[in-house]
Design a protein around this ligand. Structure first.
Ligand code: BES
Ligand code: ZN
Ligand code: ZN
Length: 492
C-alpha cells in the first residue's frame, strides 16, 4: 500500500525521486532551469504534457516532472486528479519509487489536496495481481507539498484542512481500488458466495452491519425474478445487505444503493457469442461499486442512513436454467415473461429494488452493467443516467460533476413503456431492438415505482479496453466517488 504524507519543507529541500510540478498554459515556468524549454515551446503547459528534468539546479530531489495543467481558468480538482495519476504512471514506469506533488499555492485547498492523493493512488493501480514475477513497479511513497505562501481565499480551504483532505483522498481512492480489484477477479475466483464473503470481511473491518440472504430466504420473500436467473447455475445466489447507520442522524432520508452482482454472464440459454465473453466477469461492477461506496461511507460517517443491496448470481445455461418464454413472479407481485435470458440484470435488480423499498429506503440509486445499448449510445466515456425524480437526478449529476465522473441524463418518456408489453404477463424483460438502454431502465422503473430513483448504466464505463495515460486498462471503479459524495453531502 502506498505511503501518504504531507510535506511542509520548501520545494528545494524536499528529497524525493521526483517532484511533480503542475505547469499552466500561458504561464511560463522559469524555475528548475525550465525557462528555455518554455521559450522553445517544448513545455507548453498543455493538459497532461509531461517533461522530466533530471537533477534540476538548486533542488535536493533527483527529478522534477513538469506536468501540463492546461488553462488555469479551466483547472479543477478533477483535472488535478488526472494530472497526478498520469504523472505517477509515467514515473513508476521509470522505476521511480517516491513522488511529491507541489500543489500550486492558489490551489492548496481541501478539494485539490484530496484529488491529488486520489490521483496518486488511482494511477498506481495495476490489474495484474495474477501475474507472477517480481518486476512490478509501483510508487511506494507519495506526499503533498503545501509549503509556500498562504493559500488564497476561495481555493477551497486552508492548510489546516490538508490533513483531513489527504485522509479523505486516501480512503476514497482505496475504496475505488477495492472495487476495481473485485471487478477484476475472474468468475472462477469470485462466485456469488465469494462476493458475499468479501462483503462480510469488508463490513467487519469497517464496522458495517452485514446480512447475506440465501436461496431459501429469497424464496420466502417471493423473489422469483432473481431466483429464475440463479437456477441455471450450480453456484448458489446471494443477496448481500449492508447497513450503515449514523450515530446522530440529522437527515430523514434513507439512501438505498442497489448494485448488479452477476459474477459471470454467459447470457444463459440465450447464450452470448464467444468473442469477448471473457469480459462478462465484470458484470458485477455495479455491485462492486456499491461495496466500495459503503467502505468509504463507513469511514466518512455521514449523517444519513445508507443501505446497500447487492443481488449476486451467475447467469449460466445449466440444465435447470430458465427458458425463453418462462414467466416469473417478482417480489412486488408483478409477473414477467422472460423473452431473453441474457436480460438478467434487470430481473435480479427488480427484486432488489422492491426489497430496498420495503426496508424503508426513501431514495434509491442503482448501478449496473445493464446494456450493450448504452455503449452504443454513449461510448466508453459517459455513464447513462436515468431517473424518475428530477431532484435526485440533479443531486447525482452535481456529485458526479464534482468528482469528475461523467454521467449523461437519458430520457424515460412514458410511451417507451409500451415496448415492454407482453401478451402473457404484466411485462416482458426485453423491449426489442431500439432504445435498449431506455427500455431496460423502464423495466427497473416498474419496480422502483414511486420512490425517487436514479439508475446508472455503467456497461460502457466500468471497464477500459485500452489504458489511458492516467488509468490502467481494466476495471475503472466508476461510480464509487459520486455515490460517496452524494451521501456525505446529503441535505433533506
Ligand atoms: N451484462 C450485459 C450487458 C453488457 C453488455 C455489459 C456489454 C457490458 C458490456 C447484459 O446482461 C445483457 O446481456 N444485456 C443484453 C440485453 C438484451 C438481451 C436486451 C444486451 O445489452 O445485449
Ligand atoms: Zn446478460
Ligand atoms: Zn449482464
Amino acid at each position: 500500500m502506498m505511503q501518504i504524507a504531507i510535506e511542509t519543507k520548501p520545494l528545494e529541500q524536499i528529497d524525493a525521486g521526483a517532484i511533480i510540478v503542475p505547469v499552466f498554459e500561458g504561464r511560463k515556468e522559469t524555475r528548475f532551469g525550465a525557462a528555455e524549454l518554455a521559450d522553445s515551446g517544448e513545455v507548453s503547459g498543455k493538459l497532461l504534457e509531461l517533461t522530466l528534468l533530471h537533477h534540476p539546479p538548486g533542488m535536493a530531489a533527483a527529478r522534477v516532472l513538469l506536468a501540463g495543467a492546461g488553462k488555469p481558468e479551466k483547472f479543477n480538482p478533477a483535472e488535478l486528479r488526472k494530472l497526478v495519476a498520469a504523472a505517477v504512471r509515467y514515473l513508476k514506469d521509470k522505476s521511480v519509487k517516491s513522488a511529491v506533488l507541489a500543489l500550486p499555492p492558489e490551489r492548496a485547498g481541501y478539494e485539490f489536496a484530496s484529488a491529488g492523493v486520489e490521483g496518486a493512488i488511482l494511477g498506481d493501480y495495476e490489474p495484474d495481481r495474477y501475474k507472477t514475477g517480481n518486476d512490478k513497479k509501483f510508487i511506494e511513497s507519495f506526499a503533498v507539498a503545501v509549503a509556500g505562501p498562504e493559500p488564497v481565499a476561495g481555493a477551497g480551504g486552508g492548510p489546516a484542512d490538508i490533513g483531513d483532505a489527504v485522509a479523505r483522498g486516501r480512503l476514497l481512492a482505496e475504496a475505488q481500488n477495492f472495487t476495481r480489484d473485485l471487478v477484476n477477479e475472474p468468475a472462477n475466483r469470485l462466485t456469488p458466495t465469494d462476493l458475499a464473503k468479501a462483503a462480510r470481511r469488508m463490513a467487519a473491518e469497517f464496522g458495517l452491519e452485514c446480512e447475506v440472504m440465501d436461496r431459501d430466504r429469497m424464496a420466502e420473500l417471493g423473489m422469483g425474478a432473481l431466483l429464475g436467473v440463479a437456477q441455471g447455475s450450480a453456484e448458489p445466489p446471494a443477496l448481500i445487505v449492508l447497513r450503515y447507520r449514523p450515530v446522530a442522524p440529522t437527515v430523514k432520508a434513507h439512501l438505498g444503493l442497489v448494485g448488479k452482482g452477476v459474477t459471470f454472464d454467459t447470457g444463459g440459454i440465450s447464450i452470448k457469442p464467444a468473442d469477448g465473453m471473457e469480459k462478462m466477469k465484470y458484470d458485477m461492477a455495479g455491485g462492486a461499486a456499491m461495496l466500495g461506496a459503503m467502505r468509504a461511507i463507513a469511514q466518512c460517517r455521514p449523517p444519513i442512513a445508507v443501505s446497500a443491496f447487492i443481488p449476486c448470481v451467475e447467469n449460466m445455461p445449466g440444465s435447470r436454467a430458465q427458458r425463453p418464454g418462462d414467466i416469473v413472479t417478482a417480489m412486488s407481485g408483478k409477473t414477467i415473461e422472460v423473452i431473453n435470458t441474457d436480460a438478467e440484470g434487470r430481473l435480479i435488480l427488480a427484486d432488489a429494488l422492491v426489497y430496498a423499498r420495503r426496508q424503508g429506503c426513501t431514495h434509491l440509486v442503482d448501478a449496473a452493467t445493464l446494456t450493450g445499448a448504452i455503449v452504443v449510445a454513449l461510448g466508453h466515456l459517459q455513464v447513462g443516467l436515468f431517473s424518475n425524480d428530477d431532484g435526485l437526478r440533479d443531486r447525482v449529476l452535481a456529485a458526479a460533476k464534482a468528482e469528475g465522473e461523467r454521467m449523461w441524463p437519458m430520457p424515460l418518456d412514458d410511451d417507451y413503456k409500451d415496448y415492454l408489453k407482453s401478451a402473457f404477463a404484466d411485462l416482458a424483460n426485453v423491449g426489442g431492438r431500439w432504445g435498449g438502454a431506455i427500455t431496460a431502465a423502464w423495466f427497473l422503473k416498474e419496480f422502483a415505482e414511486e420512490t425517487p430513483w436514479v439508475h446508472l448504466d455503467i456497461a460502457g464505463t466500468a471497464w477500459l479496453d485500452d489504458s489511458k495515460p492516467y488509468l490502467a486498462k481494466g476495471p475503472t471503479g466508476v461510480g464509487v466517488r459520486t455515490l460517496v459524495r452524494l451521501a456525505t453531502q446529503w441535505q433533506d
